[in-house]
Design a protein around this ligand. Structure first.
Ligand code: AGP
Length: 608
């Protein structure tokens, strides 16, 4: 979604605002702009497309001023044009906004009836006009800010400058996150700590309903009841260095190759491998007491939850229901306090996942969350947080976050099995030993299969449709592989349960359809081989991802066979995930799409 930055500094802020916006590019955007206040005058530069276009404008026509706001826009209302780009102006007021003002059209009609002249298609412009009309009617900027926040409905993070207030930035948060950074004699505002990482790591996060006045020396926060409040000031976990590509071409490539390391960090947080015991599972999530678990997540995080469900049910005999978060709360499922909820989210800000958390909270469930951003809204509203230690994930396509989410689920499944007495000690030791080998094997696999995946990507890039098949956790990987391919290469792809082939998808099979079959030699192997026979018999072009014993057992003709090591079934998803990630990545690179910021996508979907 959109990115917001603001600065009250002691030097020209326009180039610094652009630097901060660059650190928000990973969120996805289609236009950008900055505004500054200098000598009582507001001025702005805005550009369609990438930040380089905005930089060119600033080179040609620099902006003065030591106070400013900036924005990267991901279009929701109105096309991604320069005119619709933020900041939006009205009578000496400048506004940048992330989110959706749900009642913007009725407010716009009311303002138009009073003579307001709108120049954009955006919901945000309504905020600028509303503030201006209130100031015109005699309110001070703080009064106008408070009144406006009482009038608008929806999700918003806002930063506002008033021409009459040369030393103050006003900001507000209701939904999408907003961070205030503390400098020495200068202050910063940003959508997250990453945006502010070049300037400070001392961060205060506003809570929903808060609005604040930021000056050179600090901030004054007012909560939704109108009371002055203090919010914690913490040191951000994100450092300046962690958000660079290093020697990789794309963040996604870097993050794929970071997986062995971050899987290891995450596993080590939950497993004492020397004592072969689970740790850091707070008592707040009492697996012995709860009768069942509800999991809600979106996209790739949902696929992590599907595999987590398999492990909780297989090893801990704990019944699990899982829904995509956008469906979860509307299903109106019966909930009881004997259940617990576990939400999964890399960003910790996904609107539907947060709404699912709040739904479960309202029904009295204990809430756990598996998140990659510890200071995120979902983490702050959970009873128990299970962090992934993936480090900042910048590429819009989630990779290392998924493998770390799987690592957390594996540890939690073992912890639940121990609490429920469903796993013998020797079986538990086998699982822990298998997990201890996962980082090493993942590193070996990434290096071994890279040339093969590059070659295969050229073949896949020639097609417009691809079918992925698998059974059990490989069915989930089939869906994740299809999601990766479509979201970064724009090739249509579907992941299907191999056992469902005869119930429809087999109609798609001919010599033009690549069929990627994910099938280690596990409990489903024989049945998946039958499905491969059905595909081969119709001329389907099979790409077979298997292990050594699976390759030895298969005599079917394939376009390519990718052979991975034979591994324990618990770590198979961590290993068989790698070829589908690399295939999507290299296909997208070959096709020349914007791998780290694919079209239409955002890293964190903070609106429903
Ligand atoms: C995955 O590659 C996508 N970028 C997307 O499906 C993502 O997983 C989903 O939006 C959930 O995001 P979250 O983990 O930050 O909640």
């Amino acid at each position: 979604m959109c990115g917001i930055v603001g600065m009250i500094g002691t030097q020209p802020v326009a180039p610094l605002l652009v630097d901060a916006l660059k650190r928000l590019e990973y969120r996805g955007y289609d236009s950008a702009g900055v505004a500054t206040l200098s000598n009582g005058q507001l001025d702005r530069r805005r550009a369609e497309g990438k930040l380089a276009n905005l930089e060119n404008q600033l080179l040609l026509s620099p902006l003065e001023g030591e106070i400013g706001i900036g924005h990267t826009r991901w279009a929701t209302h109105g096309a991604p044009t320069q005119n619709n780009a933020h900041p939006h102006f009205c009578d000496g007021i400048a506004v940048v906004h992330n989110g959706i003002i749900e009642n913007f059209s009725e407010i716009r009609d009311q303002l138009k009836a009073r003579g307001a002249d709108f120049s954009t298609e955006t919901d945000t412009e309504v905020v600028a006009h509303l503030l201006a009309s209130l100031v015109k009617n005699g309110m001070t900027p703080p009064e106008a800010m408070r009144a406006t926040l009482n009038l608008i409905r929806g999700a918003y993070a806002l930063a506002v400058m008033f021409r009459s207030e040369p030393d103050r930035i006003f900001c507000a948060r209701n939904g999408p996150p907003l961070a205030v950074g503390h400098g020495s004699g200068e202050m910063f505002v940003g959508s997250d700590a990453i945006a502010l990482s070049p300037f400070t790591d001392e961060i205060t996060y506003l809570e929903d309903g808060d609005w604040a006045v930021v000056t050179h020396d600090g901030l004054e926060i007012t909560n939704s009841e109108g009371a002055a409040v203090e919010r914690p000031r913490s040191r951000a976990a994100t450092t300046h260095a962690q958000v660079d590509k290093g020697n990789h071409k794309h963040f996604m490539e870097k993050e794929i190759y970071e997986q062995p390391e971050v899987i290891s960090h995450t596993l080590a947080h939950y497993i004492d491998f020397s004592a072969a015991t689970i740790r850091n599972v707070p008592a707040g999530m009492d697996f012995e007491r709860i009768h069942s678990l509800k999991i809600a997540a979106c996209g790739t995080a949902y696929f992590a939850g599907m595999i987590g469900k398999t492990w909780f049910e297989r090893y801990a005999r704990l019944p699990v229901e899982i829904d995509v978060a956008s469906e979860f709360r509307y299903r109106e499922m019966p909930l009881s306090e004997n259940e617990a909820a576990l939400v999964v989210s890399q960003s910790g800000e996904t609107a539907d996942t947060l709404a699912s958390l709040r739904y479960c909270h309202d029904h009295g469930l204990k809430i756990g969350s598996i998140v990659n951003v510890r200071e995120s809204t979902i983490a702050r509203e959970s009873d128990v947080v299970f962090p992934t230690l993936a480090g900042p994930e910048i590429g819009v396509a989630s990779t290392k976050a998924l493998s770390c989410q799987l690592a957390v689920f594996a540890a939690l499944a073992i912890a639940a099995a121990r609490a429920r007495g469903t796993l013998a000690t020797d079986e538990e030791q086998i699982l822990i030993r298998a997990l201890s080998e996962a980082p090493r094997i993942a590193g070996e696999v990434l290096n071994e299969i890279e040339p093969q995946m590059v070659e295969l990507s050229r073949e896949i890039a020639r097609h417009t449709h691809v079918l992925y098949l698998g059974r059990g956790t490989n069915f989930t990987l089939a869906m994740e592989g299809a999601l990766k391919l479509k979201e970064i290469s724009y090739i249509h792809a579907e992941g299907y349960a191999a056992g469902e082939l005869k119930h429809g998808p087999i109609a798609l099979i001919d010599e033009h359809m690549p069929v990627i079959v994910i099938a280690p030699n596990d409990r489903y192997f024989e049945k998946t081989m039958s499905n491969m026979q059905e595909v081969a018999a119709r001329g389907g072009r099979i790409i077979f991802i298997t292990d050594r014993s699976g390759a030895a057992a298969c005599d079917l003709p394939t376009l390519q066979t990718i052979i991975l090591p034979d591994v324990h079934e618990m770590i198979a998803p961590l290993i068989f995930l790698l070829p589908v990630q690399l295939l999507a990545y290299h296909t997208a690179v070959f096709m020349g799409t914007d791998v780290d910021q694919p079209r239409n996508l955002a890293k964190s979907v903070t609106v429903e």
